[in-house]
Design a protein around this ligand. Sequence first.
Ligand SMILES: Nc1ncnc2c1ncn2[C@@H]1O[C@H](COP(=O)(O)OP(=O)(O)O)[C@@H](O)[C@H]1O
Ligand code: SF4
Ligand code: SF4
Ligand SMILES: [Mg+2]
Length: 559
Amino acid sequence: MYEIAGLGHKTALERTEAMLRKVQIADPGRVMDRYPHQLSGGMAQRAVIAMALAASPSLLILDEPTTALDATVEAEVLDLVAALRREFDTSVLFISHNLAVIAKMCDRVGVLYAGELVEEGPARQVFDDPRHPYTVGLLRCIPRRGQRKDRDRLDTIPGFLPAPGHSLSGCVFAPRCALVQDRCRSESPPFFDVGDLRTARCFYHEQAPELPRATPSSVPALATDGIGGPLVEVEGLSKTFAGGVQALAGVDLAVHRGETLGLVGESGSGKTTLARVLLGLTAPDQGSVVTLEGKPLNADARRRPREILRALQIVFQNPDSALNRRHTVRSLISRPLTRLAGLSGTALRDRLEELIASVRLEDRHLALRPGQLSGGLKQRVAIARAFGARPDVVVCDEPTSALDVSVQAAILNLLADLQQQEHATYLFISHDLGLVRYLSDRIVVLYLGRVMEVGPAETVFTGPHHPYTEALFSAVPSLDGQRPDRIRLQGEIPSAADPPGGCVFHTRCPRRLSTGICESTEPPLLEEEPGHLIRCHIPITELRQLQLNEPAPSQGGSA
Ligand SMILES: Nc1ncnc2c1ncn2[C@@H]1O[C@H](COP(=O)(O)OP(=O)(O)O)[C@@H](O)[C@H]1O
Ligand code: SF4
Ligand code: SF4
Ligand SMILES: [Mg+2]
């Protein structure tokens, strides 16, 4: 960038190093010689921001700059953007589908639908009191204000975005709008002034806050008997990959019948490896014990009896990996019904119909192949497949992270309904803590392959929490206002090939003790309250005091 701007090679290199320092890349001199694939996601994003700033722009456009990052790294990148914006006095156009990130970063927000700006105004006001039916609908798709699966269902937005190039007369949102009137179909609404420097492009913006729900909020009656005893248990579960990468290090946990166990932790903490071990797709180290209803599971799925294959199913983040592109939706959903549940004839047809209705697919989808379906529809097929043979446990590994919020809401509702009706048990993995809170009964927090905390969902969320959990939660921006005492983790998760000694979290822990014990001794995972286990040298009573009274120092170490 600097050479393009006409600077000599040497000056350009100096400026580059200075700019990398400004975007807080550690050791910029060495980083300069690396290739992009040798950088972590957070570092690569800093390097790109440095490139953009090198041209001294008066407007910096950030297009989903943190979408692929963990909440902890996202928080650091967002802090950086805010600081650079002040320092360089640059205007920022921040594009994101994450409404909470927009709420945190932006003064004003514009809501775009099908290529048209439908609402605009100060971010806080728009999110607290939206005036366009599309904005109202979007905000209702996201679990917030303590919503939980046992009390509420999320709202959804019916229908789909119009195909690009499809021209509509009248309001672009009319085909999906519950407030639509004849006028909306023929006349395109202008921008209405809705006060406070706000505009909304809707004839009926005054009624927008009362938009009727597309999905009832009521929860179906519990068809079964709540949460039972342990169904899947792992003991001393370790997994070491080639090169000494210890993805899991002695994990003990149980998933109870009928519950959702939420599994959280930054990328690289071992979540997917744990899921793959349960499914028999990755063999654990010698000595690890994995049981289903007390019976040991073969480490290799190909050697597991059909009954076990039926009992344990997975929904992956990317449905493509589970769906053979050559098969139709009908055959994709039917196969596990014949092979695992032994259905045929009318029983097969009935179950197929029941399944496609419950995942809200339509008959016309049955003849299509995966290539003809949107991401949301493919994920519904994958869910129908996973649930077809009435599994006992479904592992969901980031099942909605590739989907937009409306489809995500429909899928979360579906998972919650299926659990209520069929007594399904879930291990729900997600980096989105809002989703985990909505869906989980209990939560496990994983860091570098170790369980740092486990407990009932609301207990873990409200605290006292493990210092790592505290940092994870405070990194997540919220739509309902930011928490004032945010603490920051420094840097990124250390390599699993060379984990720190003592407490593995000590290199980043904002509450590390000054006595040296954190560096020397690994704390045990102790039950501090009934069902609530924490792995930390600080006793829970002290954690409670610390977390109530003082924000943790933002640098590691409290000495
Ligand atoms: N097949 C593999 N070979 C070598 N290392 C792996 C493999 N799969 C995962 N890992 C490593 O194991 C650790 C945990 O990864 P993973 O289970 O994917 O974490 P998460 O799902 O929490 O992001 C990471 O350090 C990752 O690089
Ligand atoms: S103009 Fe009509 S269709 Fe468009 S958003 Fe408003 S009420 Fe709905
Ligand atoms: S043991 Fe020490 S380093 Fe580990 S989480 Fe607790 S305070 Fe932090
Ligand atoms: Mg993963």
